[in-house]
Design a binder for this molecule. Sequence first.
Ligand code: HEC
Length: 481
Amino acid sequence: MEFPFFHLDFMGNRMLIAVIAILHVLINHTLAVGFIPLMTLMEYFGYRKRKTDPDFSQKWDKLTYKMMFVAFVITTSLGAMTGVGIWLSASLINPYSIGSLIRVFYGAWFTEWIIFVLEVVFIMYYFLQWKKSNESPGAKIRHIRFGAFLSVFSWLTMAIIVAILGFMMDTGSWDSDATFLSGVLNPLYLPQLYFRTPLAMAMAGTFALFLLIFFQKKDNEVHAKAKQYISLWVLGWTPVAAAGAFAYYLQIPDAMFGNLPTAVGTMAFASWYDTMLKIIIGAVAISLLIALLSVLVPKRIPRLTYFLPIIAMFIFLGYFERIREFIRKPYVIGEYMYANTLRAEDYPLFKKEGLLKYATYSTVREITPENEVEAGKNVFMLACSRCHTVSGINSIADKFQKMVPKGEPVTAKVVADYIPNMHRVWYYMPEFPGNEEELHALSKWVVEVSKNPEYLEGAQSGGLFLSSEKNNVDQNLAEEK
Ligand code: HEC
């Protein structure tokens, strides 16, 4: 509770991270990790034809270049911006979890940054050198080699970040031996990498097929061949991605039952299991079918058909990202830190003495009858605002309004009865961290905002309130020990 609270009351803080992160993952997986090897292979295929069929070779190279142009523009603009955007939004919204992750993955953190910058530079180089490389076979082969190198390099950025993502879901043996290596080799790392790699490849193929819709003037031989070529790529990778999805999924229950009571875990797992099966089977079937038809009868497929596999693949990935987010709830870092930014080990202290006493940026330190509502607002900011808003998405006022009969006002009793049990009702909510007084203050404030919804301002627009007589958590913990 040492940082000011950034808060977006209309879209919610979770949504901000989610929008940026999902966009980034789609671009990164599809257009960097998967697309570069596909383009390099296509470039190589064109190069091999230069002697037997120079005209085809030239046209093929041009088509590949045009596709790479799209990837170049998107990865170096939107891709790079959203990449930085994840760091920015995550460190504003939950600086504590980012702080903890930096401690565990210290080396990886700046290595990732260097690799990320280099990746952008290398993508630029690969694309901008393309035309020049056509001047001689020697230059072309060097360019293709560079493409192969870049393919490995792009994959590395993903390989590093997936270690951190896996760690957030399940910290594995790090809890006991606390080494960098045990953090990296967390139980979900390899299954997740094994799932994401072929999925990125398959997604790149579906995106390339999609691009052909726009580059296809008339159905000539080059385009038909490109459809076949890319479809074979999709056919090859999709089953591997499906197998990877299962490998990843098999690891999920262990991670989940660590976080949740078995009964809740079993329920959540069963309901995901059904949806997951449908989504995997649907996405895989659509992609395989269209790819197969494109190999067999490339000229007979209506252009717009190619919208389908890419949408199916996006849903496939989107669903898995969502599961990933839900598995680790109520934690942001498995069993260590809750999504409300509080450490699990600090809970007993806060429940006894209250949160406000320990919050650097709170306008209230001691609750009195006069400042109760204001205190409640601070408690909301500390305990609920990472996931709820007052007036926007996942609005707290609406949530409680739904708990009383239609037309009736929310009462402090309804709120105060619900909150101590909220973590039992919905497993993704952490237990209420404050003490009895704070519970009542929060309830009073909820009643207030359900009558007059306000737009709750974060520190970025509402300003900072620094209190001088704050207690220090670590000092207090040390004294207790
Ligand atoms: C980790 C994120 C998170 C935190 C922290 C959190 N909630 Fe929630 N809460 C949710 C989500 C997600 C939902 C369900 C949204 C939906 O599916 O409609 C929810 C639902 C609710 C509901 C409606 C439950 C129902 O049965 O319909 C209430 C009330 C609620 N939260 C109150 C709170 C209060 C009060 C706090 C703070 C003390 C809090 N939440 C903290 C994520 C969170």
